[in-house]
Design a protein around this ligand. Structure first.
Ligand code: ADP
Length: 448
């Protein structure tokens, strides 16, 4: 087992990883930027190293400084967390080249799955169904026109290097294609440094369903069930739940296909395969080769510590169970508490004047907030995750509503009031949530 793990991240996810390391008796090193010197992850780590100024590109994305921090402190493994360098194949390779262990998949799998065009080609070869669309990137208007004529409008133009719901353009008819293609290409270039785009059939109101998997170095792959992440704002998830809300037979089919695909790929560590589901069919859209924000939902319904398994796998130990031994029980919901205005969604950094998180049976809060902490403007606005478990979905929702009522965060605006409203919404209560739901809900409630 590792002697010391460097956690190359910040905020709630750094704390999340740190807690498991502690439990496993593994000392931790946290990194931080100058502005984060009194952040919770720094306070709780065994050691900490400042890796640069506030701007992410100079600190949490500064691969060289992070590597030096690992070497100086004698860490023998690096957990990249979520975001930042977690899906950067060069970083993973660089860590391994320096005889440290990257707690994640091999660089090659990160590279293949990081490019969505490559990922779709790979998924197709592995037998996963795809949304109809272009075979690869489209570079000219003629090429795009030919694909669209074949699959039919409306279509979605997406960035090959996309992420975070950015860089997608809906195209309703042929006349709009040229403008949308130009815009998508320039947005892709501006956001992701490369202008490669591809075309997909636009599904009108799908559900976003994803499958959590773990694979070890010995060819064992287990599926830890699925999650429904359809409640999104601008293609970004803000509420996730599991098990997903689609028919059981479809879920079983999807999960069995994922297990086979991941086994064929020889994938190691934690990963998530994302799908869209509509009218009884499911289509692969992408794979995330890292821990996900919403892994907590799966932890609540399986009782499995996914970070612990990531560490075990990276240390080349075997997964401790077979698929048959995985038990999914009850229902869990996660609410992302972003420091954002609950109506405009604009970031709301600032001083946390008072802080009282909820508690009680089956209520989990993953957060690095504390009273007197100043939420910096430089990073992601996710400041807390509230995850609640219930024997049934109804019990889970009732407990969630109660926990949200208790949650007091003063000084900054957060999404807590929005989540409280969502708990009361009829489609949410009835489990009728599609990716278009939130936008409609916000429009109809602002009209009232
Ligand atoms: P990103 O990596 O930027 O998050 P994804 O490909 O994972 O992008 O898609 C994010 C969300 O965008 C999906 O959950 C869904 O709501 C929407 N989306 C993506 N592709 C399609 C599609 N072909 N049709 C309809 N909605 C889509």
């Amino acid at each position: 087992m590792f002697k010391k793990i460097l956690i190359a991240n910040r905020g709630e996810i750094a704390l999340r990883i740190l807690r498991t390391c502690r439990e496993m008796g593994i000392p931790t090193v946290c990194i931080h930027s100058t502005i984060d010197s009194d952040a919770m992850h720094v306070r709780l780590a065994d050691e900490s190293v400042c890796v640069g100024p506030a701007s992410s590109k100079d600190s949490y994305l500064n691969a060289q400084a992070i590597l030096s921090a690992a070497e100086i402190t004698g860490a023998d493994a690096v957990h990249p967390g979520i975001g930042f360098l977690s899906e950067n194949a060069e970083f993973a390779a660089m860590i391994e080249d320096h005889d440290l262990t990257f707690i994640g998949p091999c660089a090659e799998h990160i590279r293949v799955m990081g490019d969505k065009v490559e990922a779709k080609k790979t998924a197709k070869a592995l037998g996963l169904p795809l949304v109809p669309g272009s075979d690869g990137a489209v570079s000219s208007l003629e090429e795009a026109e030919a694909v669209c004529a074949e699959i039919g409008y409306p279509v979605l133009i997406k960035a090959a290097a996309g992420g975070g719901g950015k860089g997608m353009q809906k195209v309703m008819c042929r006349q709009d294609l040229k403008e949308a293609l130009d815009l998508a290409q320039s947005e892709a270039k501006a956001n992701f440094g490369q202008g490669g785009v591809y075309v997909e059939k636009l599904l009108m109101d799908p559900q976003h369903i994803e499958v959590q998997i773990l694979g070890d170095h010995w060819g064992n792959v287990v599926v830890l069930g699925d999650r429904d992440c359809s409640l999104q704002r601008r293609h970004q998830k803000i509420w996730e739940e599991g098990p997903s809300l689609i028919p059981t037979l479809v879920r079983e089919d999807m999960q069995a296909l994922c297990q086979q695909a991941v086994q064929k790929l020889g994938y190691r560590n934690a990963g998530t395969l994302e799908f869209l589901y509509e009218d009884g069919n499911f289509y692969f859209i992408e794979m995330n080769t890292r821990l996900q924000v919403e892994h907590t939902v799966t932890e609540m319904i399986t009782g499995i510590d996914i970070v612990k398994q990531q560490i075990i796998i990276a240390a080349q130990e075997r997964l401790p169970w077979t698929q048959k031994e995985i038990r999914i029980q009850g229902h869990a919901i996660e609410c992302r508490i972003n420091a954002e205005h609950p109506e405009t969604f604009l970031p709301q950094p600032g001083l946390v004047e008072a802080y009282t998180p909820p508690g009680g049976l089956h209520v989990r809060v993953d957060s690095a907030l504390y009273q007197g902490y100043r939420v910096p403007a430089h990073y992601d606005s996710l400041v807390a995750k509230l995850i609640v478990y219930g024997d049934t979905r109804d019990e889970c929702l009732a407990r969630l509503a109660q926990a949200l009522r208790e949650y007091a965060i003063m000084g900054i605006s957060t999404l807590v009031p929005l989540h409280m409203r969502l708990c009361q919404a009829l489609p949410v209560k009835e489990g009728r949530i599609t990716t278009g739901f939130l936008e409609e809900f916000l429009q109809s409630s602002s009209a009232v």
